[in-house]
Design a protein around this ligand. Structure first.
Ligand code: ZN
Length: 324
């Protein structure tokens, strides 16, 4: 049994069955021309993409498109290329062009990928290879037969062995997104038969803020600790990360936690003991750091009640916050 060609999840039981369909839609004269096939229409249980789990036709890599014969389709293509230029693309990979784009011209800052994705047995591979040949903020237009319209009008004649995949607005968007493209817009053309997504190669997030915040907190925590060792309340993942990411392991005497299952062991990767709150009764210091995320207020109230002379400081929103 085939799995989904996009997300790899299971396919539903067949939703439709056509016992007799042409084995091919193009290339009369081949051995397979007069074979008949059964078409079983399934939907992915994960991403929802409608698909026909069947081997592709032998010529799927060079599926014919007749756009250059139709003036309307020629104009459509010109308009889309103009759109890409308006979005700033200067060097456009036109997958529809004859004799095809030359790979030595990569990378491209725009691409036009029309009426082809639905033929492919491995659409992810095609889209990822395409992405690998684009500059980081490249824009593109991907066009497919519009299954949203096909479904609304019940156009069962659109099911063909040549098309393995049937994209709605939603499943086209998902397919493009999981392959590294951000959706910028979606439009229908040619009486709704063609669905076009305008996309941009997804830029990597800028995570510099994380390092700025780490350095800021390190400065604050080191100033707070001073010369003496401290105790921390909260055997949490935040505490373990705090000690290691700020490099303050040797400044922590022990960690307190009221959960008995955490007591009597060492904090992961640090050999700092985790102890019961009772240990605070013999604590000689005057301050305690609470690092327990959403439990900070609850723990602060406990300490204020049981050890009212301690100065309590919490880590709230990535910053030190005094509770006294
Ligand atoms: Zn899927």
């Amino acid at each position: 049994m085939f799995n989904c060609k996009v997300c790899g999840d299971k396919l539903s039981p067949r939703l439709l069955h056509y016992p007799k369909a042409p084995g091919v839609s193009q290339r009369a004269g081949f051995d397979e021309t007069h074979t008949l096939v059964e078409l079983d229409i399934h939907q992915c249980c994960g991403c929802g993409l409608i698909q026909i789990p069947i081997e592709p036709v032998s010529y799927y890599r060079t599926a014919l498109r007749s756009g250059h014969i139709s003036p309307e389709m020629t104009q459509f293509r010109e308009d889309r290329l103009d759109e890409l230029e308006a979005l700033g693309a200067k060097k456009i990979l036109d997958v529809d062009a004859y004799p095809g784009p030359r790979i030595q011209d990569a990378p491209f800052d725009g691409f036009y990928f029309m009426q082809y994705l639905e033929h492919l047995p491995n659409p992810n591979e095609a889209l990822r290879n395409l992405r690998a040949n684009l500059v980081k903020d490249a824009v593109g237009i991907v066009g497919v037969p519009n299954f949203t319209m096909i479904l609304a009008k019940g156009l069962f004649l659109e099911f063909t062995r040549d098309h393995l995949l049937y994209f709605t607005h939603e499943t086209l968007a998902k397919t493009l997104m999981i392959n590294g493209f951000e959706l910028k817009g979606m439009k229908e053309y040619m009486n709704g038969y063609i669905l076009c997504a305008t996309v941009q190669r997804r830029p990597l997030l800028n995570l510099n803020k994380m390092e700025e915040c780490r350095l800021q907190l390190k400065q604050e925590v080191e100033a707070y600790i001073g010369e003496k060792r401290i105790v921390i309340w909260g055997a949490s993942h935040q505490t373990y990360a705090l000690m290691l990411m700020l490099g303050i392991t040797d400044k922590v005497e022990y960690i307190i936690d009221s959960n008995p299952s955490k007591q009597g062991i060492y904090a992961p990767g640090t050999f700092i003991p985790i102890v019961s709150p009772k240990v605070l009764d013999s604590y000689q210091g005057d301050k305690i750091l609470v690092v327990a995320g959403g439990y900070n207020d609850e723990i602060t109230a406990v300490i204020q009640r049981t050890h009212p002379t301690l100065q309590i400081t919490c880590i709230e929103g990535g910053k030190l916050e005094s509770k006294c």
